[in-house]
Structures are given as structure tokens and as C-alpha cells.
Design a protein around this ligand. Structure first.
Ligand code: MG
Length: 257
């Protein structure tokens, strides 16, 4: 009898803990550590090592159609500013990240991700000059994800409505989140997305959106939460995911709840 009630109690404790489980996403990988850099392959591997829920990455299409990893719309090479989407891959390849890695292709990134055992990859499609270019990037990357058998390990995010629609169309089983902060949970639900992924200021202004999203069966991710007080606020708001440049700090604060 005692044994039964003990296991029942531990089951209930685990169940209750899971209700409020909040997950950490390393923004541009785990880069605030030795040998790493934003959006580098090292940052992806290090995010896997610290066992967060996911590692986020930003992607573009080069002028000659190669999907590449970079955050900003431009890169600096020998003092010149070059727009990523207007530059051929051979030139982009000469760009070195802060840790010395060459600017990675999405293909190389996915190959490195294939060896990661603990994380999801959160792929952010950056908005491009035309719908055709965006469609080409979405198609090429989602084809690659499928060829490499990574369908169940990726999620997609974007500020662009076209991209969230393309991702939903090309990979219907994958979670897709919208970043721009201007659409209510009701509209996100109608669009068939998994949820909202908004800046913390948006959630602070629209205080009902987290509970409204949850009532609609949507998930809520918040970015980019780095300061202790903002992290605590996001936890209190009961968001599902916290995207951060400080994944270890968020993990530590979560563990104390
Ligand atoms: Mg991003």
C-alpha cells in the first residue's frame, strides 16, 4: 500500500512539474562562450551540449541560390558591406565568423545538426526582396530537411507572412511560428500556425495573449529574453518557450521555480 501511494505521489509530482514545464531556446545557438560565435556551427553543437530545447538559426539565399546562415541582411568583407541576398556564394564564403569559422551553408548546418542528439533546430527564414526568392529558399531548405531525415527535429519561424505560409504548405507536420507581433492569437489560429513567437514587449502590452493562445491550443514563445527580471516575468506569464542569448541563466532560474 505504502509503495503504491509513494509511486502515485511521485507520478503526480512529475505530472504537475510537466504542466508548467518551460523550455529554453538558444538564440543564434549558444554563442556567449569560448570558441563560439553567433550562428556558427560551434554555437549549434554547444547548444546541444547544454541540452536546451532548441537552437535558433537565421538563414538567407545567396544571389546564386545557395541557402546560407547569417543574421544580418549584410556582411562585411575587406571593409565592404555586401547584401547577402545580392552576393554570390563564392564571395560570401570568404566571410569569417568571430570564431574563425567560414560563413556556413544551410546544408553544412543541417549536417552538423544531424549529429546533435538533444535539441530541435528552430530555422528562421529572413524576409527577402521578392516572393519568388522566398519561395525558392523555403523549398530548397525544406527539401534538404526531408532528404536528411530531420523532419521531426525542426521548427520554422519568420517575420514574413509568405514564409510562414510556405513552411506550413511544404512541411505541414512541422511547428511554424510567426514573429512579427502584430497578429492576435485568434488570427494565428486561423492561419493554422503552431503559435506566436513575439518580442517580450508585445506580450507585456497584450497581457491576455498568452492565456488566449493557450485556450486556442497554441504555444507561445518569447524573444529575446536576457535579463534576470525579464526572464522571471516571462516565466510568470507562463510562456512555453523562452528564446535567449543566456540559455544557462534561464535554465538556472527555471530550476529554482
Ligand atoms: Mg533570428
Amino acid at each position: 500500500m505504502k509503495k503504491v501511494s509513494l509511486s502515485l505521489i511521485s507520478f503526480l509530482i512529475i505530472a504537475i512539474a510537466n504542466i508548467n514545464a518551460q523550455e529554453v531556446i538558444a538564440h543564434r545557438g549558444y554563442w556567449k562562450t569560448d570558441g563560439s560565435a553567433q550562428n556558427s556551427i560551434a554555437a549549434l553543437v554547444k547548444a546541444d551540449e547544454i541540452r536546451v530545447y532548441g537552437s535558433e538559426v537565421d538563414i538567407w539565399l545567396s544571389s546564386d541560390g545557395v541557402p546560407v546562415v547569417n543574421h544580418d541582411a549584410d556582411v562585411t568583407l575587406n571593409g565592404d558591406k555586401l547584401m547577402v541576398q545580392e552576393t554570390p556564394f563564392a564571395t560570401l564564403r570568404k566571410v569569417k565568423l568571430a570564431n574563425g569559422e567560414p560563413l556556413p551553408t544551410v546544408e553544412e548546418y543541417l549536417d552538423a545538426f544531424k549529429k546533435c542528439n538533444n535539441i530541435k533546430l528552430i530555422i528562421e527564414f529572413k524576409t527577402h526582396n521578392t516572393k519568388e526568392r522566398e519561395d525558392e529558399l523555403a523549398r530548397k531548405v525544406i527539401d534538404m530537411v526531408k532528404e536528411k531525415g530531420l523532419q521531426n527535429k525542426v521548427e520554422y519561424i519568420s517575420f514574413g507572412i509568405n514564409f510562414v505560409q510556405q513552411a506550413k504548405r511544404l512541411h505541414p507536420e512541422a511547428p511554424v511560428y510567426y514573429l512579427n507581433g502584430d497578429l492576435s492569437p485568434q488570427i494565428i489560429k486561423k492561419m493554422g500556425l503552431a503559435g506566436l513567437d513575439y518580442h517580450f514587449n508585445v506580450l507585456n502590452k497584450n497581457t491576455n495573449w498568452v492565456s488566449e493562445a493557450h485556450d486556442l491550443g497554441l504555444k507561445v514563445n518569447v524573444w529575446t529574453v536576457n535579463k534576470e527580471e525579464d526572464i522571471q516575468k516571462a516565466i510568470n506569464q507562463k510562456v512555453d518557450f523562452i528564446t535567449t542569448d543566456e540559455p544557462l541563466l534561464v535554465k538556472e532560474i527555471l530550476s529554482k521555480q
